[in-house]
Design a protein around this ligand. Structure first.
Ligand code: NAG
Ligand code: NAG
Ligand code: NAG
Ligand code: ZN
Length: 454
């Protein structure tokens, strides 16, 4: 399990929030707190501050590569991943995320490209249109637009390859609605299976409508049971589960959205914990790829932070800024002062400067708009952020289940990979050889840059 962009202060933020809201005693801890076994050191080959691609490659291949690298070494050669090695040994495999399924973290377990933005090629590799066929038995997440040919209205591809159609002819059962998801019977559903529930990333938990998209924990509950019922005659299954948008909310310095993503991730850890209790021969290792935002709890001059300021926030800064594009420019001051601050953020003392900064940013860059909204809430909570990017601090390491008692202490990210491959009894070396001729460069790249969510 990977909680993307989740530092130790993120855990404290969410824990303090729950304590504060419920007035519960100071000994309350989250499900993750109960599973803490150590910490992970996160640097990549190219920087002390990693991105998600290099970090996920460290977890999947066991090699430190450069920022932006997906499943390739520093000399741009494909490296076999723990998922691919598990597949070669007869395990069933899965990827479950709230991001586009082609985004850096899931991609690094089943694709090999020199730049994380080559998501069109990633889509083809993930469904096995390459050296290793049908490598991922179960794919749940967002990003359906990368699978549709450019002739389709829902496409974000630049070519006319029908990846969705190729996957169907390769035997995948395919779903894309919440109703289809709900009707999946975990005992009888056969693999391979792909469920892509959003065109781009799935909704932030704070914005999600429960009848449109499943939550991460719902995807994981069904995913684990489908993988389990399909691996009765083999060694078992390997699945990577990502709480992807914890990171994106931190990029926006949007503390309430960050909080709701963390709570959704906790619910997912609880679902995995219950699964392991019912299937005690299963193990879970959970960590983060890096911290995001340089989140701190407390700013000058007080020794205090105020979790309650996060409670009234009803929507993500991302959805507020995107809605604002539909409000006529001359009505935006009224919209921000009359609706956004009082009703969507629970702030009744907004300054003229705060209102005007958001209105001005709404016509320019949407990340600036999102950060102004996030910072208005953060200021009232006394939360600090040092960056809209990542930081280099260590992150928590958590484990539960059969045979995980020897995982204790401080690890390099690549050692987490070594631990998993040893645990599963798989070897990535032969897979790397098999992949020697993999095409790792997307022919029509660069296309539009997706720089908003590193
Ligand atoms: C980065 O990779 C190169 C080539 O493999 C290696 O020589 C160098 O020591 C690595 N640097 C770091 C900081 O890992
Ligand atoms: C990949 O898909 C293309 C169709 O676009 C097909 O012609 C080709 O044979 C496929 N390759 C593999 C390895 O599956
Ligand atoms: C799946 O099988 C288990 C065990 O046999 C049973 O308890 C459960 O009710 C079944 N679920 C469904 C949806 O049929
Ligand atoms: Zn990030």
């Amino acid at each position: 399990m990977i909680s993307d962009g989740f530092g130790t202060s993120s855990e404290t933020l969410a824990r303090d929030f729950i304590r504060s809201e419920n007035g519960i005693e100071n000994s309350w801890v989250s499900v993750l707190d109960g599973l803490l076994v150590g910490s992970t050191r996160t640097s990549s080959n190219s920087s002390f501050v990693t991105d998600s691609a290099a970090a996920a490659t460290a977890f999947s291949c066991g090699v430190k590569s450069f920022n932006g690298a997906v499943g390739i070494t520093t000399d741009s050669k494909p490296c076999g991943t723990v998922l691919e090695a598990a597949k070669a040994k007869g395990y069933k495999t899965g990827l479950i995320t709230t991001a586009r399924i082609t985004h850096a973290t899931p991609a690094a377990f089943a694709a090999h490209v020199v730049n994380r933005n080559m998501e069109e090629l990633v889509a083809l590799q993930e469904i096995g249109n390459n050296t290793i066929q049908n490598k991922v038995d179960l794919l749940f997440g967002g990003g359906k637009c990368l699978f549709l040919p450019s002739t389709d209205a829902g496409s974000c591809r630049t070519d006319d390859i029908d990846v969705w159609g190729i996957a169907r002819s390769n035997g995948y059962t395919q779903i894309s609605s919440k109703a289809e998801f709900d009707s999946l019977n975990v005992n009888t559903t056969k693999l391979p299976l792909m469920g892509l529930f959003a065109s781009e990333h799935m909704s932030y938990e704070i914005d999600r409508s429960a009848d449109q998209e499943p939550s991460l924990s719902e995807m994981v509950y069904k995913g684990l049971n489908v993988l389990n019922s399909n691996s009765q005659n083999g060694p078992g299954f390997f699945v990577m589960i990502e709480g992807a948008r914890i990171d994106m909310a931190a990029h926006d310095n949007d503390p309430a959205t960050h909080l709701h993503e963390i709570v959704a991730y906790w619910e997912t850890v609880t679902a995995v914990h219950k699964f392991i209790d019912m299937h005690p021969d299963t193990a879970m290792v959970a960590t983060s790829d890096h911290e995001t935002g340089g989140l701190t709890l407390g700013i000058d001059p007080d020794y205090a932070w105020y979790p309650r300021a996060l409670a009234p926030v009803k929507r993500s800064a991302a959805s507020i800024c995107s809605d604002m594009k539909h409000v006529p420019v001359q009505n935006r001051v009224e919209f921000v002062s009359g609706i956004v601050f009082p009703y969507l953020m629970g702030i009744n003392d907004a300054s003229q400067e705060e209102i005007l900064s958001i209105v001005r940013a709404s016509s320019m860059d949407s990340q600036i708009c999102r950060r102004f909204i996030g910072q208005a809430v953060s200021a009232r909570a006394h939360i600090g952020w040092t960056t809209g990017g990542h930081t280099g601090g260590d992150v928590g390491l958590y484990a539960y289940g059969a045979g995980t008692s020897d995982l204790r202490g401080s690890y390099e990210n690549v050692q987490i990979s070594d631990y998993m491959s040893k645990y599963l009894g798989v070897d990535m070396g032969p897979v790397s050889k098999l992949l020697a001729n993999e095409v790792v460069r997307q022919p029509n790249f660069p296309y539009h840059q997706r720089v908003d969510d590193l």
